[in-house]
Design a protein around this ligand. Sequence first.
Ligand code: 6GU
Length: 248
Amino acid sequence: PALRVDVVTIFPDYLAPLDLSLIGKARADGILEVAVHDLREHAHDRHRSVDDTPYGGGAGMVMKPQPWAEALEAVVAKAGPTERPRLVVPGPGGAPFTQAMARELAQEPWLVFACGRYEGIDERVLDHAREDLGLEVSVVSLGDYVLNGGEVAVLAMVEAVARLVPGVIGNAASLVEESHEDGLLEYPVYTKPDPWRGRAVPEVLLSGNHAAIAAWRHEQRLARTAARRPDLLHPSLGDAGLEVRLAT
Ligand code: 6GU
């Protein structure tokens, strides 16, 4: 396969959508290989426990290092001596997952996703993966909100990455004309009928004037980006003003 993906989780069923649609097709075509592993296979006590209370106190539970180390070692053991996967650890404290990062990950031959739950994974697991297993480790967040675990984030990230792998999407041209490929949001789109429930399609789109259509679409992209994502136009703004603009 062009890309191999391993996912370690305590909820393998959460990853069932990876059998569907575009990803499922890419797997059937042999472009993509996906294996999902149950972390609890590596918990050997009577209750197969994977979490414990945090040193230093505080709310919630922390994922124990031993099951994680064994699970990652088992995944890495399936490699040749020089093959090293990149380890991606989803979490709200990670670096932003962007289209640029999706492109970067799509260049890798092998990705391993480690899905944490609770308050996270014992930090020494990441150090072990980096220093003893020789993996490049990236902690990655989808955005500034909190999910219960990394599983849903992995679904999003695997979809964003896999569709950039050559052969996964039939029409590769559709990849370049997308939001976030060139820093602006996409223009609005319309299809038949016209009119629909009294609403007309913008006249320029029916004009046959390709230069005028391109100019209109560019203006729409700028206006939309200014309204919804001013931070993309003026990075120094961060998301300042976004709430106000969404309300208008
Ligand atoms: Cl990647 N993981 C979790 N648990 N929560 C998140 C997230 C990831 N991105 C945003 N919130």
